[in-house]
Design a protein around this ligand. Structure first.
Ligand code: SF4
Ligand code: MG
Length: 337
């Protein structure tokens, strides 16, 4: 099946006083019709920068982005600014971590969702737009939408504001929905509700979805396929079942070891000893080697950067010793007893 969105060899570099720093280092991703693709990794792995780059949301003055981002045959990286703005909000809906920074405090909720509609469909009357806004609020589970439509963001709870952001994101029936840590700023108790609303919104619009998260519990519940990022690169990519059952990268194994059971919800990634590298101090060879339990006896890990190779249909891993990782998974299970 043809991809809805194709990201090819995406590279993002930041201009800094210390020179160019590479935050995203050759990402290839295909989003297929109807699927939810998880983009997973610790904070600083480049997940958000990948999506911000693809959508032209980073300040051009100190960022250099190259590669291709194809949507309907158009390369978003080469679209004029105004056309790109039109694509965002019409063809691509985006939900960010903190709804308060995305909502305008002095406009009503109804006006803001309505704006998303009439910006892309100027012929729609205010009256018709209001009807659609109320329908959208109902769809995302905001109670009493007829009343709430005239209220301001501060009159909404964090969870309700995020529902509003989802309503804005799907207001124009986008082909692609991108949610970047959509529940990280919310209370644990309402995270699942908001993710269920996101899932319902996805079903309603049929949008192919990219869900960016550091939380493997969320991945387990909401994602069809996942790409794991480390230090600006994809280190493993697979359908969900395979990723959880047969991880072929030691980093993925470490992440999974922090989730006792697939059904369990992990609050934070980890405990993999150590920290991800900073952009200015990326280790030579495999960027994961200072933290990798397999690397100590293997010179090659410190010298040669591994390529992302196909292990099986749709399953890719970036590790010189991926074939040995299955044995390592057994060891971990043995230790857990
Ligand atoms: Fe670990 Fe070496 Fe594989 Fe990198 S290439 S993940 S350091 S075993
Ligand atoms: Mg992020």
């Amino acid at each position: 099946m043809d991809a809805v969105l194709s990201i090819r060899n995406l590279v993002t570099e930041f201009r800094t006083p210390d020179g160019m720093l590479r935050a995203v280092d050759g990402i290839d991703l295909e989003l297929r019709p109807g699927e939810t693709l998880g983009l997973v990794g610790e904070s600083g792995s480049g997940k958000s920068v990948t999506m911000m780059s693809a959508l032209g949301l980073l300040p051009a003055r100190n960022t250099v982005v190259s590669g291709e981002v194809l949507l309907d045959g158009r390369d978003l990286l080469r679209l004029p600014k105004r056309q790109l703005q039109r694509v965002r909000g019409r063809d691509v809906g985006v939900v960010f971590q903190d709804p308060m920074t995305s909502l305008n405090p002095v406009r009503t909720i109804g006006w803001q969702i309505g704006e998303a509609i009439w910006t892309h469909d100027p012929k729609v009357s205010r009256r018709a737009a209001r009807g659609r806004v109320v329908d959208l609020l109902r769809l995302v589970g905001v109670p009493s939408p007829q009343t709430r439509v005239d209220q301001y963001p501060h009159e909404f709870s964090g969870g309700m504001r995020q529902r509003v952001m989802i309503a804005i994101a799907i207001a124009n029936q986008p082909k692609v929905l991108i949610a970047d840590e959509p529940t990280t700023a919310l209370d644990v108790t309402i995270q699942a509700q908001v993710l269920d609303v996101l899932e319902a919104a996805k079903q309603e619009t049929g949008a192919a979805t990219i869900l960016i998260t550091h939380d493997l519990g969320i991945v387990a519940q909401y994602v069809d396929r996942a790409a794991v990022m480390y230090s600006g690169r994809i280190v493993e990519q697979a359908p969900l079942e395979r990723l959880f059952r047969e991880p072929h990268h030691p980093y993925t194994v470490g992440l999974l070891a922090s989730v006792p059971r697939v059904e369990a919800r992990a609050e934070h990634l980890v405990p993999i000893p150590g920290q991800p590298p900073t952009l200015s101090a990326r280790p030579p060879g495999c960027a994961f080697h200072p933290r990798c339990p397999l690397a100590s006896s293997r010179e090659r890990c410190r010298i040669e950067a591994p390529d992302l190779l196909e292990i099986d249909d749709g399953h890719l891993a970036r590790c010189h010793f991926s074939a040995e990782v299955a044995g390592y998974v057994h060891t971990i299970e043995g230790e857990l007893g």
